[in-house]
Design a protein around this ligand. Structure first.
Ligand code: SF4
Ligand code: SF4
Ligand code: SF4
Ligand code: FES
Length: 305
C-alpha cells in the first residue's frame, strides 16, 4: 500500500493504482468519461485532469500512477476552466437531442454539462450528420452522439472478448461501427450500451418506452440459467421495460449475456402458462392453483395407499 494526499485528505491506495482509482476507492470524485475500472487506462477524454503539487503540468488521473507522498488536487478554478473547455469542445458538434435521447437522465455527458455550466460556445463546426444505424435487431448506433471515448470498443474487445465494434474513419467523421459497415451481429451482451457515457448506443427494445427517471429499478436474479446473474430491471407502471447490469451490483457485477439483457419479454408472451392446466376430457382447462395442487395430492395419496 502507498500513502498519498488528495484534496487535503490522507489516503492509502494499492500499489500500482492510478490516481483516479485511488481517489474513487476513497470516496473522492473526479469527473471522467472514458474510464471504466474493468478496462485498461485509455486517457482520451481529459476530464479527469488533476493538479499534482510540485509539478507544472496537469495529470490525467485515469492514466497516471499514484505515487507515495503525492499531493493531488482535483478541483481548482484552473481545473474547472480546463474541464469546461473539454466539454465545450465535446459539445461543439453534439446534437441537441436530450429531449428525445433515451440516455437523458443517466447521461454522463449531460450530467457534467450541468455540473460545469453552459459552455462559452466559442467554436463553430458542422454537426455530424450520420444516420443512426438501426439495422441490428437489438442495438442502435447513433454516431452523432458519440464522443469517441472508446469505451464500447474496449469493453467489447477487452472484457467481452468479441471485438465486434471499432472506430471507423479518422478525426471528426469517425464513427463506431462493426468492420466494413456490416450489420452488428454479436453476442448482444449489451455491455456497450451500459458503458457508453452518452446516448450513442441504445437498446432498441427500450427505445422511447419511457424516460429513465420514471423507472423504478429492482435487482433480481436472471431465470435463464444456473449462473444466476443479477439483473437490474427498469419497471414502469408494473411493466418491465429494460434489463441491465450495474458494475459492482450482484453476483455478475454488471455482466450479462444476451438472454439476461434482452430475453425478459418472454414473461409477456401470450403463450406463457400463467395458471395450471388440468386435462378434463380432451381439453386442457385453466384451473386455480389450489384445485390443481389438491388434485395432485389426492392422486399421489391414492398411489401411495
Ligand atoms: S452487445 Fe456485447 S458483443 Fe455486441 S457490440 Fe456490444 S459489447 Fe460487443
Ligand atoms: S459510442 Fe459511446 S462508448 Fe462508444 S465511443 Fe462513442 S460515446 Fe464512447
Ligand atoms: S445473464 Fe446469461 S449467463 Fe447470466 S444467468 Fe442470465 S442467461 Fe445465464
Ligand atoms: S477518464 Fe481520464 S482521460 Fe478520460
Amino acid at each position: 500500500m502507498i500513502d498519498l494526499t488528495i484534496n487535503g485528505k490522507k489516503i492509502t491506495a494499492e500499489e500500482g493504482s492510478t490516481i483516479l482509482q485511488a481517489a474513487l476507492n476513497n470516496g473522492i470524485k473526479i469527473p471522467n468519461l472514458c474510464y471504466d475500472k474493468r478496462l485498461k487506462p485509455y486517457g482520451s477524454c481529459r476530464m479527469c485532469i488533476v493538479e499534482v503539487e510540485g509539478q507544472r503540468r496537469l495529470f490525467a488521473a485515469c492514466s497516471s500512477p499514484a505515487e507515495s507522498g503525492m499531493v493531488v488536487i482535483t478541483d481548482t478554478p484552473k481545473l474547472r476552466k480546463f474541464r469546461q473547455t473539454v466539454l465545450e469542445l465535446l459539445l461543439v458538434h453534439h446534437p441537441l437531442d436530450c429531449p428525445v435521447c433515451d440516455k437523458a437522465g443517466e447521461c454522463d455527458l449531460q450530467d457534467l454539462a450541468y455540473e460545469y455550466g453552459k459552455p462559452e460556445g466559442r467554436f463553430r463546426r458542422h454537426r455530424k450528420e450520420v444516420k443512426p444505424d438501426v439495422r441490428s435487431p437489438l442495438i442502435e448506433l447513433s454516431s452523432n452522439r458519440c464522443i469517441l471515448c472508446g469505451k464500447c470498443v474496449r469493453i467489447c474487445e477487452e472484457h467481452q472478448g468479441r471485438g465486434a465494434l471499432g472506430m471507423i474513419g479518422r478525426g471528426f467523421p469517425t464513427v463506431i461501427q462493426p468492420a466494413f459497415g456490416d450489420i452488428l451481429d454479436c453476442d448482444f451482451c449489451g455491455q456497450c450500451i451500459d458503458v457508453c457515457p452518452t446516448g450513442a448506443i441504445l437498446s432498441k427494445p427500450f427505445k422511447f418506452k419511457g424516460r429513465v427517471w420514471f423507472l423504478e429499478e429492482k435487482d433480481t436474479t436472471c431465470p435463464f440459467c444456473g449462473c444466476g446473474c443479477t439483473l437490474t430491471l427498469g419497471i414502469k407502471e408494473g411493466e418491465i421495460l429494460r434489463s441491465r447490469g450495474k458494475t459492482d451490483v450482484g453476483v455478475s457485477k454488471g455482466n450479462l449475456c444476451g438472454r439476461g439483457r434482452f430475453g425478459f419479454d418472454y414473461i409477456y408472451s401470450e403463450n406463457r402458462l400463467k395458471t395450471p392446466l388440468m386435462r378434463i376430457g380432451d381439453e386442457l382447462v385453466p384451473v386455480p392453483w389450489d384445485e390443481a395442487l389438491n388434485f395432485i395430492a389426492k392422486n399421489i395419496n391414492a398411489v401411495l395407499n
